[in-house]
Design a protein around this ligand. Structure first.
Ligand SMILES: [Zn+2]
Ligand SMILES: [Zn+2]
Length: 142
């Protein structure tokens, strides 16, 4: 972060974020880049580095119109992000505790925690509207 001038701008790194959904995030208001604690401890160093660079690119483009738009991509590439893109694959490497199977297509879903409104969760592709049959039953992954 130092080499990109962020320390001088009072940014800091918090490697202790407890989230099951994202690997890293950039909070402009607090000038902090957060990293997923569990993932950071278990992922290959090169992967962690990529996520840090991804977030640094956000930190360097505070006025970008869209968070993963052209401006961000250019900055991301210039600081060494190999494949600049919005990271959607955020559950990689984080052990999920619960699984549910879509009763229609058999698609398997994983979650870290029981959804608060568990009865409302359904596979929207198969069940555009809520029905008693659409409810996903979450069970512990053994
Ligand atoms: Zn991003
Ligand atoms: Zn389905």
């Amino acid at each position: 972060m130092d080499e990109h001038g962020l320390i001088a701008k009072a940014w800091r790194l918090n490697p202790d974020m407890k989230s099951s959904r994202v690997l890293g995030r950039c909070k402009h208001s607090e000038r902090v880049i957060e990293l997923n604690r569990y993932w950071t401890m278990n992922a290959p160093v090169a992967d962690v580095e990529q996520v840090i660079l991804h977030e640094i690119a956000h930190a360097l483009t505070p006025d970008a119109e869209t968070s993963h738009g052209r401006e961000w991509k250019a900055v991301a590439r210039s600081i060494g992000v190999l494949r600049p893109k919005a990271s959607t694959d955020t559950s990689v490497g984080i052990p999920q505790r619960l699984r549910a199977v879509c009763p229609s297509c058999g698609n398997v879903f994983f979650r870290q925690r029981m959804p608060r409104n568990e009865t409302l969760f359904r596979h929207v592709t198969c069940f555009p509207v809520h029905t008693p049959e659409s409810v996903l039953l979450w069970e512990k992954v053994s």
